[in-house]
Design a protein. Structure first.
Lengths: 366, 398
């Protein structure tokens, strides 16, 4: 038992915030559980970023909310989704985790935070604890009356990849207006939607747009996971606390990463969609071959499979771990029989072979 | 020198700026943005070195990017080679007994500060912070729920921290003391005898020490830097905070680090993983090159700042502004009481009429109503030009 004042302080924080020990994965671990896609950054992005580095554009703090051209790019992309946004209302963050923390910490204090189950996949319960907010679990089809609440709205849903329907969005909008609630719309999967799935962003509804903080990333571009760049946006009247917190946390986001995100365009987006579709097809082909039912994938990142016949999510995840591959499972997926498989780039073939071995063991035992 | 005399005259300042007068970080940002919109303005405000990141660091970053190394998500605590390089530097140059597993890589020193406040403090705690202070501490401390207790430093002491003043501020609720040497905004250092006495106080009262050493490589002789974590019995109660931004002109890359006992770093790493996951991979390769490559660039930049400091001090002498001699960093904290206009208003006046951006002392503590923080992060001719412009305006208002 550690007794120094430093140890006592961090142990207290670990208890307060529910922080668990970080167990590093064993050697040769393949992660099919997370959001990282392990793609290579395309040469076009590398060379454009290299040019920015050589021109000393990465040397200094950027404009505080972010490089103006990148903020404008985000605003433009939001405009394509029917959300009117100005570049002045975009903050570039050091990755999607930071964007989530900014939104919850800047706006959660003093409010009840409503979390649908799938929000746990994105660490929202811990972020809410860090914000000192009260947390209430909810279902989006039956939101409780909680005045001034903050609703975390992951859309598309990270558990299923599915988007809310227009009717669901309209109901949530009406609820938010009635409760004067703030909505944190987590749009991090929008860029990964697989046709014909489309999103009806709640921020596009003018009745509630003034109450919505949006967060998202650049995962519509390939190979930027490790560059740690994402965004947070919202109406000017709301954005002040997030800006102030961003300044207090990191001053600005890494310039080199901002220029990398700026370097990617339509060509990179198109190319990576085809590659991602092939990887999703590889996952579903395996599941077909061994007779595992799965939902039609709604994104180019995840496949959600029903492994009830193989012992259920917990058992399959445990066997997968023994084979050196991680899959997502748990209550956040909505059904204990489900697992979520991420169609990563590097290591997918090996990961699927291990998954197959783990599933085969289950089939034998059942 | 004066710190609280009532200014004799007032200047018309836009209401939107005046509304921010009590919020140090917001005021600094607003003035910086105003300067950016002012054609031909000379910025002596932010602590962002104007010098370029050295070419070997840029080359290494580009090599890592082109080799695909930057595509691979980093472990939450940071690139192992970078953690080892940080530990090696702290051991060999600062005498801090830390290994790689006692290092956490952060998104600039600023994130390190934020993590420390959330990870070490809780509601009901008090943390002692020298006054004047880098006001970005404020929100980080406020978010922890702890209370910031200012410890006065005085210009006649060169803004050194007196142990007896520290001890008077300690209460049963005091959990930690934050030290920054060289200081921001004062550029003063905590002298080794005082630092040793403060270490003794920390041991006696069982306090955590947070040692912000972001300017440790920018100390000007005869002053010397001493890391408190290198003193006997101090490593176990100290977290040392540092980064690459100031010493290597790398503010845009956003790489800092925390160093301390490994079990403590483990919890801070878990906290970082929740808050921001990890530091950008390309930036970590740039930082690795900075720490493991040739170090001539640090000495070269220090020599440039030293020459600029001389220009700035001559200029302040000419303007009749008093100051405590700066021993490090790239700031001068100067007393403008003789002008007869509050520092807040004087800052606006200098920006609007002289087109020179300088931060008022009130951005670093309520008490410093007559003081200005001037950074000398401009080439020598530009500094000379700034002084000329300031002289013109001050003569008009004197």
């Amino acid at each position: 038992m550690s007794t120094s004042v430093l140890h006592q302080a961090v142990e207290r924080s670990a208890r307060r915030f529910g922080l668990t020990d970080l167990a590093l994965p064993p050697a040769d671990w393949i992660d099919l559980a997370g959001a990282d896609l392990y793609e290579a950054t395309p040469d076009s992005i590398r060379s454009a970023t290299g040019a920015a580095v050589d021109a000393h554009q990465a040397d200094h703090y950027t404009r505080r909310p972010g490089v103006a051209a990148l903020c404008a790019r985000v605003a433009e992309r939001l405009g394509e989704l029917g959300i009117a946004t100005k570049l002045e209302h975009v903050i570039i963050t050091g990755g999607i985790a930071e964007a989530r923390f900014l939104a919850i910490r800047a706006y959660g204090e003093g409010r009840a935070i409503l979390l649908p189950p799938s929000a746990a996949l994105e660490d929202y319960p811990v972020l809410a604890q860090l914000s000192g907010a009260t947390v209430q679990q909810c279902t989006l089809d039956n939101l409780p009356a909680v005045p001034n609440a903050l609703l975390v709205l992951p859309d598309p849903d990270p558990a299923t990849g599915r988007c809310l329907t227009a009717a669901q969005v309209a109901r949530i909008s009406a609820w938010a207006v009635a409760q004067q609630a703030l909505i944190v719309a987590d749009m991090s999967l929008v860029g990964l939607l697989r046709e014909p799935h489309t999103s009806t962003p709640i921020a596009a509804d003018s009745a509630v747009a003034g109450q919505v903080i949006m967060i998202g990333g650049f995962n519509d571009l390939p190979g930027l996971d490790a560059w740690q760049v994402a965004w947070c946006a919202g109406p000017g009247a709301l954005l002040g606390p997030a800006l102030e917190l961003k300044q207090a946390m990191t001053i600005c986001s890494p310039a080199v990463s901002q220029y990398a995100a700026l370097a990617g365009g339509a060509a990179e987006r198109a190319a990576v969609r085809a590659a991602r579709a092939e990887r999703v097809a590889a996952v579903t082909a395996l599941l077909d071959r061994i007779g595992v039912p799965y939902a039609d994938p709604a994104t180019l990142a995840y496949v959600v499979a029903d492994v009830a016949a193989f012992g259920g999510g917990a058992a399959v995840a445990q066997r997968c771990a023994a084979h050196g591959v991680g899959v997502a499972w748990g209550a956040a997926l909505g059904d204990p029989a489900h697992i979520r498989i991420t169609a990563i780039a590097a290591g997918l073939t090996k990961g699927l072979a291990r998954l197959e071995a783990a599933l085969s063991e289950g089939a034998t035992q059942s | 020198m004066s710190d609280s005399a009532t200014p004799a005259r007032s200047v018309r300042v836009p209401d939107e700026l005046r509304a921010l007068a009590a919020n140090g970080a917001a005021l600094r940002n607003a003035l910086t943005e105003l300067a950016a919109r002012t054609p031909d303005a000379i910025a002596l405000g932010r602590g962002d070195p104007d010098l370029d990141t050295p070419p070997h660091i840029l080359a290494a970053a580009n090599a890592a990017i082109n080799a695909g190394k930057a595509d691979v998500p980093m472990p939450p605590a940071g690139l192992p080679e970078l953690r080892a390089a940080v530990a090696n530097r702290l051991r060999t140059e600062r005498g801090i007994p830390v290994d790689a597993d006692g290092v956490l890589i952060t998104c600039g020193g600023q994130e390190g500060l934020y993590l420390l406040m959330q990870g070490l403090l809780a509601p009901g705690d008090e943390i002692l912070v020298p006054d004047p202070r880098y006001s970005s501490y404020d929100q980080a401390i406020a978010h922890s729920g702890a209370t910031m207790v200012p410890i006065a430093t005085e210009p006649e002491d060169g803004f050194d921290l007196r142990p007896e003043v520290v001890e008077r501020a300690i209460t049963p609720r005091t959990r930690a003391i934050l030290l920054i040497t060289p200081g921001n905004p004062t550029a003063g250092i905590i002298s080794p005898p005082n630092l040793k006495a403060i270490a003794e106080l920390a041991r006696k009262h069982d306090l955590i020490v947070i040692s912000d050493e972001i300017y440790d490589q920018l100390v000007y002789p005869p002053a010397e830097h001493l890391s408190i974590a290198s003193l006997p019995g101090m490593f176990e109660r100290t977290i040392t905070l540092n980064g690459l931004s100031k010493s290597y002109a790398m503010t845009g890359w956003r790489v800092g680090y925390l160093a301390g006992p490994p079990a403590v770093i483990d919890v801070l790493t878990a906290l970082k993983q929740k808050i921001s996951a990890r530091v950008a991979a390309p930036s970590q390769y740039a930082a690795l090159a900075a720490l493991t490559g040739p170090q001539d660039c640090v000495a070269e930049q220090r020599a440039i700042y030293l020459a600029r400091r001389a220009i700035m001090l001559r200029g302040l002498d000419r303007l009749g502004l008093q100051y405590a001699p700066p021993h490090g960093a790239f700031y001068v904290f100067a007393d403008a009481a003789s002008v007869g206009i509050s520092a807040f208003e004087l800052s606006y006046l200098l920006l609007s009429e002289a087109k020179v951006l300088i931060f008022p002392g009130t951005a670093f503590g309520e008490r410093w109503v007559n003081w200005l923080r001037i950074s000398y992060l401009q080439p020598a001719p530009v500094l000379e030009e700034a002084i000329e412009r300031m002289a013109t305006v001050l003569e008009r208002y004197s």
